[in-house]
Design a protein around this ligand. Sequence first.
Ligand SMILES: Nc1ncnc2c1ncn2[C@@H]1O[C@H](COP(=O)(O)OP(=O)(O)OP(=O)(O)O)[C@@H](O)[C@H]1O
Ligand SMILES: [Mg+2]
Length: 316
Amino acid sequence: MSILEVRHLKKYFDTKAGVLHAVDDVSFSIEKGETLGIVGESGCGKSTLGRTIQHLLPATDGTILFKGRDVTKLSKKEVKDFMKEVQMIFQDPYSSLNPRMTVKQIIMEPLLIDGMKKKEAQDEVRAMMETVGLDARFENAYPNELDGGRRQRIGIARALILKPEFVICDEPVSALDVSIQAQILNLMQDLQEQLGLTYIFVTHDLSVVKYISNKIAVMYLGNLVEYADTEELFANPQHPYTQALLASVPTTDLAKVQEIEIIPGEITSPIEPGPGCRFASRCRHASEKCTCLQPELIKSGESHQVACHLFGGQEG
Ligand SMILES: Nc1ncnc2c1ncn2[C@@H]1O[C@H](COP(=O)(O)OP(=O)(O)OP(=O)(O)O)[C@@H](O)[C@H]1O
Ligand SMILES: [Mg+2]
């Protein structure tokens, strides 16, 4: 059984301009101990997907099976337990950490809220600081007194203090210097092995995702357009969007893709999008069919799925 299985998940937002399809019919599964990388340009729905899985946002439709149970249908008490098991690590540890609390207080807070006695919680915090490589002398420091790498170690310690099984990492190294990035990525891999964690790793950096993930999901405007083992995806990208990202992008940083217009053509609006493939307006292979029928994600290889009319004999 997969630790997480997402089926036809939708998250829509009502906006003044209309209904925004941030996550639109996304399905995938993750095995225990794996890392699933989620990539795609800014605004494609990566963070919304993570927040919906973690129950921070209610799903519009679809199911989220965590260890076989549908998370969208839990009671209040069950949600509380679920949210302990699934934690998040954020991009900017600075804005996600309370600047008026000390390192010790920040890491301890989830334990106290959970009802642990202060004495016991203090011991847990000391052990966790050691686990994430934070020297005990920083216990009474404030986040702004520490550098970016150490601040992210606090974020990681706080996320892990309740012993979750599943961690959703939203751009956890994007705000860090490259040299520090490697340290934090290594730490996260060590912790994964030590603690048997499963990760969703959201990033716009292809080199980071290649390094850390077993599998990769490529998102485009709320849709999952390709899903494959990491090596397979880099060796044999099938979706024209993935191909364009991997082949012609001089930078591995997807945040820069829109800026430098590597992929020409108009980007479809996520607000009440039309019936066709959302990438059609930028795709050099697009046919009539692509503009009127949305391709489904289908198996296209041993460990490979793609949503494109060029595959699976779906051409008219
Ligand atoms: N609370 C909200 N209300 C309305 N629209 C939202 C809300 N949160 C996100 N969106 C919209 O949903 C879409 C997906 O946003 P999301 O933040 O998930 O993208 P992302 O892939 O994480 O982008 P980035 O790489 O910039 O972090 C965007 O069009 C965004 O404007
Ligand atoms: Mg985001």
